[in-house]
Design a protein around this ligand. Structure first.
Ligand code: BTN
Length: 258
């Protein structure tokens, strides 16, 4: 059986140095160890399995062997600390585009950056930042960690009915490599300009929440409820709430109300 990844093909086509790991706790955590160990050029890591995959808001990311792409891209920058919201929003568009080009599958985006297919979440991204002073390097490190469920079908109980996969069992060969290459090179190109504007038209087009009624919450609970009117060029969500006020939120989590 073909290995899940073709290392030579990836190396030939990807713009940053990329390593494929058999098993790791978390590609984001491994990236941090490497940054703290002195790495200073952009790089990416792929794992075939994660034993402690991390999601946003302290959640875990289910990462069984060879059923998903577990990928982390690290970008070093000497600019002032990146706005992680912008990176997170751009990453979702770039990832959806890479999936479309490799597999001809259309995913929708739920703000901030969850990719959905047939009403189930198939991909999520956790962005983190390590400030230069933390590790004595001259540049900040932006960490973009993305999990894409390709064929995972035995989700733990708490994810059943909510999480899904791109296509059960039929994705193989170059298409997996091409998702990784398209996504990694797309992130590389984004960081060259770090300008979200040119990604927003596609973000709006792929949004599954634009024009819908949603509820916003954060760690401390309910924030607001209303219709999604737009997203601005910083990646924030604009809603009209039930009192008719236009409100902007640059963090929080939304749920769709039916
Ligand atoms: C989320 O949906 O909450 C974000 C999930 C991010 C998962 C990816 S898998 C690769 C990278 N390593 C991690 O530990 N997390 C991210």
């Amino acid at each position: 059986m073909r290995d899940m990844y073709d290392k030579n093909y990836i190396d030939k086509n990807i713009k940053v140095n990329t390593e494929i790991l058999d098993e790791i706790d978390s590609t984001n955590e491994e990236a941090k160890r490497r940054i703290l160990g002195g790495k200073c050029d952009d790089f990416s890591l792929i794992a075939r399995k994660q034993t402690a995959g991390k999601g946003r808001k302290g959640r875990s990311f289910y990462s069984p062997k060879d059923t998903g792409i577990y990928f982390t891209f690290v970008h070093f920058t000497d600019e002032s600390p990146e706005d992680l919201l912008k990176v997170t929003v751009a990453a979702s568009v770039i990832c959806a585009k890479a999936i479309k080009e490799a597999l001809d599958i259309d995913c929708g985006i739920k703000w901030v950056n969850d990719l959905y297919l047939n009403g189930k979440k198939v991909s999520g991204t956790l962005c983190e930042l390590i400030l230069k002073d933390t590790f004595g390097n001259s540049r900040n490190a932006v960490i973009v960690g993305t999990g894409i469920n390709l064929s995972t079908d035995d989700f733990p109980n708490e994810l059943k009915g909510k999480a899904g996969s791109l296509e059960e069992g039929v994705i193989s060969g170059k298409s997996i490599d091409n998702i990784v290459i398209g996504y990694s090179n797309g992130l590389h190109d984004f960081f060259l300009k770090n300008d979200l504007k040119e990604y927003m038209a596609l973000y709006r087009q792929l949004s599954v929440v634009l024009g819908k009624e949603v509820e916003l919450s954060d760690a401390s609970g309910f924030l607001d409820k209303g219709i999604v009117k737009d997203f601005d060029e910083e990646g924030a969500i604009i809603i009209r709430n039930q009192s008719g006020e236009i409100k902007r939120f640059d963090s929080g989590e939304i749920s769709l109300l039916f």
